[in-house]
Structures are given as C-alpha cells and as structure tokens.
Write a protein that binds this ligand. Structure first.
Ligand SMILES: [Zn+2]
Length: 141
C-alpha cells in the first residue's frame, strides 16, 4: 500500500471472491482506495493461488519486503474448493483485511467479537463489521 491506495493485480481463479473483497473494503467512508494496477501505478498487492492439502489455511496473506513492498494474498485451492461461495468470500475479505493492517480478533462467550478478522473461516462475516471499521479508522483515519 502506498499513497493511500492499494493497486492490485490478480492471477487467481477466485475472481468473484477477490472482487467481493475489494468492494467490501471500499465501503462508504473507507480512506484507502482499492483499484486495479495500471501502467502508471505501482503494484501493491497480487492475488494468487496455490494448492496444499496439508495446509489448513484457505488463504494466506504475506508481505514481500523491500522498497516497493508487495502484499500477496494466496488462496489455497485444496481448501477453497471445499467451501461454498459465501465462505470463499469470507476468506478473501479476511485476507484483504490483513493487507489493510488489521490483525485477528476473537474472544469467546459474551466477549466474542463480530469481525471479519476472526481467525477461523467458519466464524467470520464476509464484510467488515462495525468493529472492523472502527479498527480501520484507528489505522487510516
Ligand atoms: Zn487471518
């Protein structure tokens, strides 16, 4: 991310999912612009796929350090392809939340937090909640 925007590229089969994530984090009032990379912009994020049946994660976010740091969101086909569309959307929105600087939220019982940043795919909503938006505002204004 730079200059208040995420410019993305994609080499993934989960197009509906990453489009959902990009839209979900472009809610009214969100400060970070999320837009496709172009010839005149610096790529900030790439969506990719991999397949590893031994990896429990359906999505993995990582950052390649360097002067032009690029975030990677990698979808694990071995997991994603076992999920329904709503759960796949959750995974994509969750991983983009990481790229936006958000960390995992959890809690149990009455302290349970409703958040797209829950660490387990089955538990989180597929769009940012009020909690997520409040945390986003703390980071980005
Ligand atoms: Zn996570």
């Amino acid at each position: 991310m730079d200059e208040g925007e995420i410019r993305w590229t994609a080499s993934t089969k989960y197009k509906a999912e990453y489009q959902h994530a990009n839209r979900a984090w472009s809610y009214s009032g969100a400060k970070i612009k999320i837009a496709p990379d172009s010839a005149t912009t610096v790529n900030d994020l790439n969506y990719e796929d991999f397949s590893d049946a031994r990896n429990a994660a359906a999505g993995v976010w990582s950052r390649h350090p360097g002067i032009a740091a690029t975030d990677l969101i990698r979808f694990n086909k071995a997991r994603m392809d076992t999920f329904d569309a709503a759960t796949r959307r959750m995974v994509a929105a969750h991983e983009l939340g990481h790229a936006l600087g958000l960390c995992h939220k959890s809690g149990s019982g009455k302290n349970a937090v409703k958040s797209v940043m829950w660490p387990e795919a089955a538990r989180y909503p597929d769009v940012p909640t009020d909690v997520d938006k409040a945390n986003y505002r703390r980071l980005w204004g």
